[in-house]
Design a protein around this ligand. Structure first.
Ligand SMILES: *Cc1c(COP(=O)(O)O)cnc(C)c1O
Length: 459
């Protein structure tokens, strides 16, 4: 498969180069040049596959040409072997027509593990093959960082520098990153918010001379491999719920639009998904985006911190398709957005609305939803998942509904306690998390300070 940039000016790349490149040189994001269509017959055959077997089938067209089939099979099986549930992505029914897709059984208790367990192995493999070293530089609103660290802590070919917003992530989230004392793991607590972290990472990728001759590697969802891995669980869950024979809608707690874009790719490959509901917290950039209003509001700190963002970077990938895959046109739109607000044209919005709806959920409603679902079903859900459940009110009625349960409730104690519950215990293998030694560096919200830190730790 070949990959093109959403802004039309960067070179067309193969999978290995896309994985190693992250952000395209023209400032755009890489997307598949074209996608294979999976036939209904093939999908029916896939209904009996285990998660890892299905993952190999779904992702193979993306990686073919960059890896041997055997290498890829070993990598995928290995990536999902650390999950705590044998189904990897189990479904749990919470009403006659609604299921939770539990994506939190990986090592760091959030859906990010699905992509980052694999991405860490891919990066390591491609670097080794080329005899190169790399520096993973990533911004995290809490969950990406720990998942990236878990996915790459044993790599000999890369160092990780992960920026999280100082005092704006949960203690479990922080400790999952800062208690990994591997030599190649470095945590920055940035005196700013998540978007400041993301802005510094983006600026660093656009001019990488400060780490030369090493290269920077992206683990944020600008990395196409993340999206690819997230496509799998839509198909996995959809097949189990009979998507070939009835209408299925997904409700996705969303921030950077990466998770839901994985579902969109599944749909583009011919997997029948009737509708996507985008759930946000008070940081409702995607709700406004779907109304055609691309603008920045100031950031609000909420009880669902992994969704606390101002600019939703992957929305650009959808906008590329909505603009007829015209990179020049999209470049203009994104340049305009860089300097202010943009109003999208009506036909573009109309097209988006045929497949997507969006709903913002405030903290009060989030807590009410956690309490209500517990009362009705005995399931304790995390605050991100709760936004997805509440957003079902804008999902078409006649569908089977799947809410992506993106994190385990023990990771977000504050919200769960506000909803009226005692603290939820961590899984057994993590009970000593609060006793482990931590290591991180507090850095000013300043590009030069961060880059100086990166240079000081790189090998
Ligand atoms: C990252 C994250 C999200 C948002 O996912 P996006 O891909 O950024 O839309 C939602 N919930 C949890 C728990 C997360 O970690």
């Amino acid at each position: 498969m070949k990959f093109v940039s959403t802004r039309g000016q960067a070179p067309i790349l193969g999978f290995d180069d896309v994985v190693l490149t992250g952000l395209a040189s023209d400032g755009g994001l890489y997307v598949p040049e074209s996608l294979p269509t999976i036939s209904e017959g093939t999908l029916r055959q896939w209904q009996s596959l285990h998660y890892d077997e299905l993952a190999i089938e779904v992702m193979w067209p993306f990686v073919e040409g960059s890896l041997t089939r055997e290498t890829f099979e070993v990598m995928v099986k290995d990536a999902y072997s650390s999950f705590r549930h044998p189904a990897i992505a189990p479904l749990k029914q919470i009403s006659p027509d609604t299921w939770l897709l539990e994506l939190f059984h990986g090592p760091t208790l959030a859906f990010k593990d699905f992509a980052l367990q694999l991405l860490g192995r891919l990066l390591d493999h491609f670097l080794e093959e080329r005899g190169e070293r790399g520096i993973v530089m990533g911004a995290t609103s809490g969950d990406t960082g720990s998942a990236a660290i878990e996915g790459s802590r044993h790599s000999d070919h890369l160092d990780l520098v992960i920026l999280h917003p100082y005092q704006r992530i949960s203690e479990v989230q922080r400790r999952q990153m800062t208690t990994v004392l591997s030599d190649n793991v470095h945590n920055i607590a940035l005196k700013g918010n998540f978007d400041d972290c993301q802005a510094i990472v983006k600026a660093s990728f656009l001019d990488q001379t400060f780490v030369s001759p090493n290269r920077l590697l992206a683990v944020n969802s600008i990395n196409l491999a993340r999206i690819m891995a997230q496509t799998v669980y839509y198909i996995y869950s959809g097949l189990r719920l009979g998507a070939l024979d009835r209408q299925i809608a997904y409700s996705v707690p969303s921030a950077n639009f990466g998770d839901v874009f994985g579902g969109y790719i599944a749909k583009q490959m011919g997997f029948p998904i009737a509708h996507f509901t985008i759930a946000t917290n008070a940081n409702d950039a995607l709700v406004r985006g779907l109304r055609g209003d691309l603008s920045r509001k100031s950031l609000e700190k909420t009880l669902s911190p992994s969704m606390d963002i101002v600019v939703s970077s992957n929305f650009e990938r959808l906008l590329f398709d909505l603009h007829g895959r015209d990179g020049n046109k999209l470049s203009q739109v994104m340049n305009e957005f860089q300097s202010g607000a943009v109003k999208l044209e009506d036909p573009i919005i109309a097209k988006a609305k045929t497949l997507f709806s969006a709903h913002a959920v405030d903290d009060e409603r989030t807590c009410e939803t956690i309490a209500r679902i517990y009362r009705d079903t005995g399931e304790l859900i995390d605050p991100h998942t709760a936004t997805g459940v509440d957003a079902l009110q804008v999902t078409p009625n006649e569908t089977i509904k799947v809410v992506l349960a993106t994190a385990h409730p023990s990771k977000f104690a504050e919200a769960v306690e506000k909803a009226g519950f005692d603290e939820v215990p961590l899984p057994a293998d993590m009970t000593d998390l609060f006793l482990r030694e931590e290591r991180y560096t507090i850095v000013e919200n300043d590009l030069n300070d961060v880059q100086a830190f990166v240079r000081s730790v790189m090998r």
